[in-house]
Design a protein around this ligand. Structure first.
Ligand SMILES: [Zn+2]
Length: 457
């Protein structure tokens, strides 16, 4: 048992927690019908009577909306922002998603939205062992997304000091001068920071850092463990999105706790069009939960995040928390189907970050899928080596191939038959293609989809 940010809520028994969730669902659905132009019309069109939605089970009867729905109800498609669910005077901040998968989606946040988002991060940070007196360097970006900003508010509520760097390229003296006890960043950025420190004569393991918060995207356990080893401290997965899904691993590292009183999460299987049971993989579908009387800038019901996860457990965790735990979500946009088998970026990463490999690799990599038909494919992986001459290529290749094929029997068959092949290349530092691209690097690129359509003359 550790300390809690909000003990009464975080350790609440299942019956009371479910009752609280249902009360909030009733209020939230009523709020949607009264305050959101989109939902008012949507309920009418779908023949939904808001007062019939009484519990979390009833929510599953409602249709699912997606990012596409949001884009279709805001400019440039519509004149107004139809998802906005408060008066414009009550909007505190306006955000946009990065737009990596199309037009950016707009989100309006009230100040109570900020407090709810911050509370989710605050609970995660405290569950990871952070407390008053800690100093956290935030390397997540302070731009139009909500993560870094609401983490900063969370720190204030815990009594922590924030160093708002916004990226991991800060000078090493920041660590020397201010003695931070934690850093929030991605695995790759934390590894690159460690390399930079070593180059400047500092040993990351001897720094003031006690904990790392790894986030921004899903990572294989192997890469998280490696970053923890390099820094000589614990590393906790934390996940968050502008839609309000902040959740994080507790000190027991047994899944990410979802604040069930603040956001309701269901798992949906888009192929069978049914909700999945606990333990089954599916898409995260979320619903904002408002306490009666609360206001919300952009309210979502049954929103398909297009990220996939699995509910690990709804039982009380060894840390004492009762809120559900999920696996670190993966982006479905980062999954490609190869000869009937899904390959996610995280699968590739797991193969790269096999512990033995890390004696030779930096962890930086990029992968491409090629092949022109459904009958054969090749996975080309370019891995960065600190010292090409010293690299045990055969060992790295064997570890990679074995790990990638381990849980993929169909792909293993294709590999044995020669219809699925690997092309593994070792490259010197800073030469990968993604170094030249802006924004978050795309590390698994499906080149089979790139077919030029030449219009007839
Ligand atoms: Zn826990």
């Amino acid at each position: 048992m550790g300390s809690y940010f909000n003990e009464a809520i975080e350790t609440m028994g299942r019956t009371d927690l479910d009752a609280m969730i249902d009360e909030r669902i009733r209020y939230t659905v009523r709020y949607a019908a009264e305050r959101s132009p989109f939902y008012r019309q949507w309920f009418r069109e779908q023949g939904i009577w808001p007062e019939e939605i009484k519990s979390h089970e009833d929510l599953r009867k409602l249709p699912i909306i997606s990012g596409k729905t949001i884009r279709e109800h805001q400019p440039p498609v519509c004149v107004n922002f139809e998802m906005m669910s408060v008066e414009r005077n009550d909007v505190f901040t306006i955000h946009e998603t990065s737009g990596t998968s199309g037009t950016p989606k707009t989100f309006f946040l009230t100040y109570p939205d900020w407090l709810r988002f911050a509370e989710k991060y605050a609970r995660a940070f405290v569950s990871q062992g952070f407390g008053p007196g800690d100093t956290l360097v935030v390397c997540a970006s302070y731009g139009m997304n909500v993560g870094a900003n609401t983490m900063t508010l969370a720190a204030h509520r815990i009594g922590m000091t924030i160093i708002p760097e916004g990226k991991c390229t800060f000078p090493v003296r920041t660590i020397e001068y201010y003695k931070p006890t934690g850093v929030v960043g991605s695995v790759f950025k934390l590894l690159s920071l460690a390399r930079r420190m070593k180059k400047e004569g500092y040993e990351p393991r001897e720094s003031s850092l006690k904990r790392l918060v790894v986030g921004g995207e899903a990572f294989a356990d192997e890469s998280r463990n490696y970053v923890a080893e390099v820094w000589g401290c614990d590393a906790f997965n934390t996940y968050g999105s502008t839609e309000g899904t902040m959740c994080g691993e507790c000190s027991r590292v047994a899944g990410l706790h979802v604040s069930e009183d603040l956001v309701h999460m269901d798992i949906y299987d888009p192929t069978t069009k049914a909700f999945a049971a606990d333990g089954e993989c599916g898409r995260m579908v979320l619903t904002t939960l408002l306490k009666p009387g609360d206001r919300c800038g952009t309210l979502l019901l049954n929103y398909d995040t297009e990220d996939t996860t699995v509910v690990v457990s709804r039982d009380r965790c060894a840390c004492g928390r009762t809120h559900m735990r999920i696996l670190n979500p993966q982006r479905e946009a980062e999954t490609s189907w190869v000869l009937g088998t899904p390959i996610n970026r995280v699968d590739v990463e797991r193969g790269v970050f096999q512990r033995e490999n890390m004696e030779y690799l930096t962890g930086e990599y990029e992968a491409f899928i090629t092949g022109d038909t459904d009958s054969h494919a090749e996975l080309i992986v370019r891995m960065e080596c600190g010292d090409l001459e010293a690299c045990n290529r055969l060992l790295v290749m064997e570890n990679f191939v074995r790990t990638l094929l381990k849980w993929k029997p169909m792909l293993k068959n294709a590999y044995d038959e020669g219809t699925f092949r690997f092309g593994i290349e070792f490259v010197p530092p800073e030469t990968l293609e993604h170094y030249r691209s802006k924004g978050r690097p795309k590390r698994l690129i499906d080149r089979r989809k790139v077919t030029a359509v030449v219009p007839p003359l």
